[in-house]
Ligand binder design. Structure first.
Ligand code: GTP
Length: 597
């Protein structure tokens, strides 16, 4: 396709505002799929996407649209993920585009995360077109929402298309606007090859596949290519576009977006954000990539059965093939044995990984409470980073203890602003800004990352009856009065239960934690003491009283099926237990600190 007839764009939308429905509509209008195929094909790939959780990332679809002026355009739609944990991926999808559609649900209004993503697009010099979706709904208020877009984001929404992705109303007009307003890409096709790797993933049949945007030159099957950062050369096996089916083509040229499969063994050989060129032009400059993501939370994961360790390692390796943001290294715990320290982008990421390991790889795992990464200045002048409470140096070796601070942006309807402020204050937040924007209020806080990543989002949702929205990013490290709280069971420190928290909160957290643990640790034949301590000072204590004889006797009377059920329950419960000293501790207890407020 002639470069002037190409449009590369992404859709920025909050979850549920209709991105997928609109994308399907585009595919249909452009004749990529029949009605029946649309159902089968797209839904299938969506199922797969659900199944594969977060591993299918920046996907793309190439569509051919014949505009009202009679010309045919190539539209490359590059998908972006919706959840706040994965917002960094938005910027990498945007880096392959000249424009973006900001889709806002006209019955809901602007959400914080879309605002943040929209600013990312504007910073990357993209043309952003606001789109008001769901105008078929009786409660839609497109005019109010258009005003919100102007006030909150500062985008002119006067000409925003009114569409219903569901009924198709307004979609053809939107495509016309897209052709008119989003600029065509630029880049000389006779130049030396420079292609940006937007994403790479592992396909069981084809090996590593990369989604690329060609900036300069052209790429053909059989070409010898050079990966800039690794310095390795490979041969292109096949390349093409997604229609959304994977379709082979002969060539990808400057301005285009498509997939490439070469003789690359694993995704580390085709790093996301890297530059591809030809093997005979290795001195071509790197394209500006995107920020490398760092995990924000770390947790220990341990197999319940020590025999599963090898399987667990293999499973992590397989997951990491498709998830460059998954980090892991061996960890050894006195209490839980051999396992791995695993780094995640956020809690959702952690839950997905845990779930997939258990479901797809049939592993029983104990996950310890997640923690953020702390920066420590040691007495000898060294700066270190610690992501595991049990690896904290002795208190007297620490000169300064610094915690990560997140810059948090919240949008909330006015009536909930009191609740939201209370929540932010409880979480040691410092107010940076408060602004009235139409019916919504925009709040900016600096809040310790540890207070944000765990359950802040859920709390925010309940404080605002689901209406407030959130976006956050790491801002800086800041000195704080932090302490390590140890948990002792019958006098033995359990390394996997240790936590780092603020001194002012430590007494309270220690108390609530021991109370929670008391509920969770099953009664044994002897008393179990659960203590929280800072150093050698005990700050809280609870006792799980010994079982008196025969409390279970009544269960074993009469009804056989009831008896079976109880035994089954016990068996299931057992699986989740970990023997610590002579006490059995259930998985829930290791996560009890999450429930402590
Ligand atoms: P995620 O995939 O979770 O990010 O959501 P999404 O933004 O892709 O939203 P999706 O397209 O799945 O739409 C969310 C819900 O809104 C679905 O139930 C759609 O049927 C519905 N929906 C989307 N567009 C419209 C519309 O124009 N009108 C109405 N009434 N409903 C719509």
């Amino acid at each position: 396709t002639d470069i002037t007839h190409i449009r590369n764009f992404s859709i920025i939308a909050h979850i549920d505002h209709g991105k997928s429905t609109l994308a399907d509509r585009f595919i249909q209008v452009c004749g990529g799929l029949s009605d029946r195929e649309l159902k089968e094909q797209v839904l299938d790939s969506m199922d797969l996407e659900r199944e594969r959780g977060i591993t299918i990332k920046a996907q793309s679809v190439t569509l051919y649209y014949t505009a009202r002026n009679g010309e045919t355009y190539q539209l490359n739609f590059i998908d972006t993920p919706g959840h706040v944990d994965f917002s960094y991926e938005v910027s990498r999808s945007l880096s392959a585009c000249e424009g973006a559609l900001l889709v806002v649900d006209a019955a809901q209004g602007v959400e914080a995360q879309s605002v943040a993503n929209c600013y990312t697009a504007i910073e990357q010099d993209l043309e952003v077109l606001p789109v008001l979706n769901k105008v078929d709904l009786p409660q839609a208020e497109p005019d109010r929402v258009a005003e919100e877009i102007e006030e909150i984001i500062g985008l002119d929404a006067l000409d925003a298309c009114h569409v219903s992705a569901k009924t198709g109303v307004g979609v053809p007009d939107l495509l016309e606007q897209l052709i008119e307003r989003i600029p065509a890409p630029q880049g000389d096709r006779e130049e030396r090859l420079q292609a940006l790797i937007i994403d790479s993933w592992f396909d069981n049949y084809m090996g590593v596949i990369s989604l690329v945007r060609i900036r300069y030159g052209r790429l053909k099957k059989g070409d010898k290519i050079h990966v800039k950062s690794t310095g390795q050369n490979h041969v292109v096996d096949s390349l093409g576009i997604f229609t959304p089916k994977r379709k082979e083509t002969k060539v990808l040229e400057a301005g285009e977006v498509g997939w490439v499969s070469a003789t690359i063994k694993d995704i580390k050989g085709a790093p996301v954000g890297d530059t591809l060129t030809h093997a005979n032009t290795p001195d071509v400059a790197m394209l500006p990539g995107f920020k490398k993501v760092k995990p924000q939370v770390y947790a220990g994961m341990f197999p319940v059965n020590a025999d599963d360790y090898e399987d667990f390692r293999d499973a992590l390796g397989k997951l990491a093939l498709n998830d460059a943001s998954l980090f892991y290294e061996p960890e050894n715990s006195d209490a839980l044995g051999f396992g791995f320290r695993v780094g995640f982008l956020g809690m959702l990421h952690m839950e997905i990984i845990h779930e997939r390991l258990e479901r797809e790889y049939d592993l029983d795992l104990i996950t310890t409470a997640p923690t953020v990464v702390y920066e420590l200045l040691l007495s000898d002048g060294e700066t270190i980073y610690v992501d595991n409470p049990s690896e904290l140096p002795e208190g007297n070796k620490i000169e300064e203890f610094r915690e990560p601070i997140a810059r948090v942006n919240i949008l909330t309807p006015q009536e909930y602003v009191g609740n939201v402020i209370t929540l932010c204050t409880e979480r040691r937040g410092e107010q940076i800004n408060l602004q009235y924007l139409g019916k919504q209020i925009s709040l900016t806080y600096d809040i310790p990352m540890a207070e944000v990543v765990l359950d802040f989002f859920d709390r925010l949702k309940s404080a605002s009856r689901g209406y407030a929205s959130l976006e956050y990013a790491f801002e800086r490290f800041q000195p704080a009065k932090l302490v390590k709280v140890d948990v002792l069971i019958n006098g033995d420190k359990v390394d996997a239960l240790a936590m780092i928290c603020h001194l002012d909160h430590s007494a309270h957290r220690g108390r609530v934690l021991t109370e929670k643990m008391k509920e969770l640790v099953p009664r044994q034949m002897f008393d179990v003491a659960i203590q929280a301590a800072i150093g050698s000072k005990i700050i809280a204590r609870q006792t799980v009283k010994a079982l008196r004889k025969n409390v279970t006797a009544k269960c074993y009377g009469g009804d056989v099926s009831r008896k079976k059920k109880l035994l089954q329950k016990q068996k299931e419960g057992k699986k989740r237990m970990k023997q610590v000293g002579n006490v059995e501790i259930p998985q829930a207890a290791f996560l009890a600190v999450l429930k402590v407020d």
